[in-house]
Design a protein around this ligand. Structure first.
Ligand SMILES: Nc1ncnc2c1ncn2[C@@H]1O[C@H](COP(=O)(O)OP(=O)(O)OP(=O)(O)O)[C@@H](O)[C@H]1O
Ligand SMILES: [Mg+2]
Length: 489
């Protein structure tokens, strides 16, 4: 079994008829199908090196299918598993997706649905193998790789996805990636900004209206749920959805149905709903501004985008990407970044996240006169913000960048998500941080603190290396650290 490819399928079912049927359905599509009857056989196949798509019956003689799923994910965390269920049930679907299943197929629809589901799973395996899985999205940090994995897993399913993250972290970009890489890519991507449309118009905008629904409704108007048919509906700023409209949205999500304003006909909502917010939804629920039931429905599958300051490792590549794109747009030749500019960018906290970095570099590219983008090309407000930030006392040893490899099961999937990302309540639009403006000149001691802290950061906390960078012995560094930690004389 070693050396198997994405074209390999392992089917686990105690019913011999199902095993034969799955084999027939899939071998005609070019898959090599291996069949086992129970959990023990499945684990043996994994230990034997199986690496393809798994089709797993939830009712097995020796182990509960969802338990086996969890065990399998410990051995092969990224392996796509499609569950075979006895009866169609949204709850089981949600539970299995939460447990890390890739998709689920009702046995009654086996012939109609399984081959496509396996195809999607295989495509996922293939694209996950590529280093940059989503075109136009630049990221290399571990936290963003975890985001990519969560997005990949969500692609073939219709479960609503909630994307959370501070302003400018790339929520809309991820929503579009979910659409263009998923099975609905040939359908429309329709975005609605729930905060940008007046409350009294939003209902008609979302659900449409019939002729004569109200004065002035001279003809039928299609709503966004109509327009997004067979595609994706992106509900941006969902945290700003008016309370009065929330029950209607909940109904569409639960029943998959809606009625146009002034209409009688119940229409099917054939859309995949992706929503996004930078708001603290838990707080909105606690203060009665957001319905709890809607919150649970939307947040079954949550993707958390970390703020840029927690993934500074992404900054160099993002910077090069934006400079390249902006230079091409401006019709300028290839521009390099002065290493000192890169250093400044990497040390800044970017309260406006990726959007702030992008805008900053767009300005700089326009300002740049040569083939090298220098500090003088950076906008003044940014340089002032960096200077302010640098004047704040730095801790002697900063915590390392939060780029811990995510746990093996998708961390972004949870039933009731305690957000990994703290979301602010307002939108930071001004790049200048609201730190108090220092009035005094930094002392020599303060400068030393900062310099030593910088060295330790560059040396990733390794004191011997930091001492080498500072040109002193390790003993001197220890003594200096001790002195600097003593209270100011
Ligand atoms: N990883 C990335 N790679 C390339 N471009 C990115 C990335 N993340 C964000 N961007 C760019 O940054 C800008 C902001 O992204 P986006 O609009 O998706 O953020 P957002 O989270 O929706 O922001 P807001 O909350 O303000 O609506 C966009 O121009 C987007 O293309
Ligand atoms: Mg947005």
């Amino acid at each position: 079994m070693k050396g198997s490819t994405g074209r390999d399928v392992l089917v686990i079912d105690d019913d011999p008829w199902i095993r034969v049927l799955v084999e027939r359905l899939l071998s005609s599509r070019g898959y090599a199908v291996r069949a086992v009857a129970d959990g023990a056989g499945a684990m043996a196949a994994l230990h034997d090196g199986f690496a393809g798509v798994v089709v797993l019956d939830v009712n097995l003689p020796d182990i509960d299918g969802t338990r086996l799923l969890r065990q399998m994910r410990l051995v092969a965390p990224d392996m796509p598993v499609i569950l075979l269920t006895g009866q169609a049930s949204t709850d089981l679907a949600l539970d299995s997706i939460r447990d890390g299943a890739f998709d689920f197929v009702d046995k009654v629809q086996l012939a109609a649905r399984l081959p496509d589901a396996v195809d999607h799973a295989r495509l996922q395996v293939e694209s996950a193998a590529q280093s940059a899985p989503f075109a136009g999205i630049v990221a290399r940090s571990a936290s963003m790789r975890a985001v990519f994995r969560a997005v990949q897993s969500a692609l073939p399913s219709r479960v609503p996805v909630l994307i959370r993250g501070d302003s400018g972290t790339g929520k809309e970009l991820i929503a579009r990636a979910l659409h263009v890489n998923g099975p609905r890519r040939d359908g429309p991507f329709v975005a609605v900004n729930c905060a940008g449309i007046p409350e009294n118009l939003l209902e008609a905008e979302l659900f449409g209206y019939e002729k004569g629904a109200f004065t002035g409704a001279t003809a039928r108007k299609l709503g966004r749920f109509d327009m997004a048919r067979r595609g994706t509906l992106f509900l941006d700023e969902i945290g700003d959805m008016p309370l009065a409209l929330q029950p209607k949205l909940l109904r569409v999500l639960q029943e998959g149905e809606f009625v146009r304003l002034g209409g009688v006909e119940t229409l099917t909502a054939d859309v995949r709903v992706v929503s996004a917010t930078h708001r603290d939804l838990e707080e909105a629920v606690a203060t009665g501004r957001f319905r709890e039931d809607l919150y649970y429905r939307l947040s079954v599958y949550t993707v958390n985008l970390p703020p840029l300051r927690d993934r500074a490792g992404d900054i160099p590549e993002l910077a090069r990407h934006f400079v390249r794109v902006c230079a091409a747009r401006e019709g300028k030749p290839v521009i390099d970044l002065d290493p000192r500019v890169m250093e400044l960018l990497c040390s800044y906290r970017f309260p406006g996240n990726v959007r702030e970095l992008e805008n900053l570099l767009a300005h700089a590219v326009v300002a740049a006169r040569g083939a090298l983008l220098g500090i003088a090309d950076l906008p003044q407000p940014f340089l002032r913000a960096v200077a302010l930030e640098r004047r704040k006392p730095a801790p002697l040893v900063e915590p390392p960048e939060a780029e811990v490899e995510a746990p093996r099961a998708p961390p972004e999937v949870r039933a009731a998500p305690p957000p990994a990302v703290e979301t602010g309540n307002g939108k930071p639009t001004v790049p200048v941080r609201s730190a108090p403006v220092p009035t005094s000149f930094p002392t020599l001691r303060e400068m030393s603190r900062r310099h030593v802290a910088d060295a330790l950061r560059v040396a990733a906390g390794n004191k011997a290396e930091a001492a080498r960078l500072l040109g002193v012995s390790r003993m001197t560094l220890y003594r200096t650290l001790k002195e600097l930690e003593e209270p100011e004389p």
